[in-house]
Design a protein around this ligand. Sequence first.
Ligand code: F0G
Length: 352
Amino acid sequence: AVRWPGVIEAYRNRMPVQDDWTIVTLGEGGTPLLPAPVLSELTGCEVHLKVDGANPTGSFKDRGMTMAVTAALAEGKQSVLCASTGNTSASAAAYATRAGMTCAVLVPRGKIALGKLAQAVAHGARILQIDGNFDDCLELARKTTSDYPSIALVNSVNPTRIAGQASAAYEICDDLGRAPDVHCLPVGNAGNITAYWKGFRAYHADGVIPELPRMFGFQAAGAAPLVHGAPVKNPETIATAIRIGAPASWGTAVAARDESGGLFAAVTDDEILAAYRLLSAREAVFVEPASAASVAGLLKSSAGGTLPRGSLVVCTVTGHGLKDPDTALLTAPDPEIVPIDPAAVAAALELA
Ligand code: F0G
């Protein structure tokens, strides 16, 4: 086996890098494309999970962050700034550390999952909370970086991020030897659906894949501006990662849907939690709630007849379950206390 070099080296001819740039990488990408037998059985499709929680900081953001921080370093920026629902901040903090740059993250107060906050703290980022939601954070981040040019904005409004995240589409096509018929993913700020569609189109234009997939984007019902066709003023969902009311990449997300013959649909928090539990308890894939939105959407589309049986489907699960331990333990009983006795232990496994 050859060591995976990270997404910039793996797809160098498709990345906006120059020969003399220092590549800032933590070995991101090369994540598993895992067959999902339970979901395949339930839907009558061939379903695979692109497990992007297996990235270095536990989410797909690393694919874009390697590009954004590499470019920022090459441009002589001193620090990086992002708005975030948590994963972008964890990723920015890690890659900035690797690059020797300082990092600040703007987050909505009290609405960040515990694991993500722990990561930003561990990597030494300045954590700036505001009384507002993600959309307010992004507006402030944009204004700050426009006033202070030595600070790099590393949100997905930065096109280098999108170029890096397109690597996930390349990997899926390389693994399958084709594109899926349908690609399902959760949509928040809409950078990722933009990046996937860009990646699939690039492979199609170069003749690497003969057919393009249909893009199915799923939003939480309380934060579903693309489904309604209008911004949502006070977005709410248990899936805090996609608690976003005014997606920055609105136009390119709509284009991905329309050009691919895809759809946007909403899934309720209950549907998200059911998919979240199914993934961990039956497929053995532990994801964070936002990631389960893609699978909730898959199941809903299958039940509603918008997903043709027999389709080859890839669901991207975007972030690791350890990001949000509070949700994992929400309905869990306290651990049992057992006597120091093998019979008691065996009884717990129903072997006695
Ligand atoms: N899944 C997870 C786990 C996320 O963290 C995000 C976005 C998405 C899906 C949606 O991706 O925004 O490209 O449509 N998280 C951002 C953040 C907003 O700040 O970490 P998108």
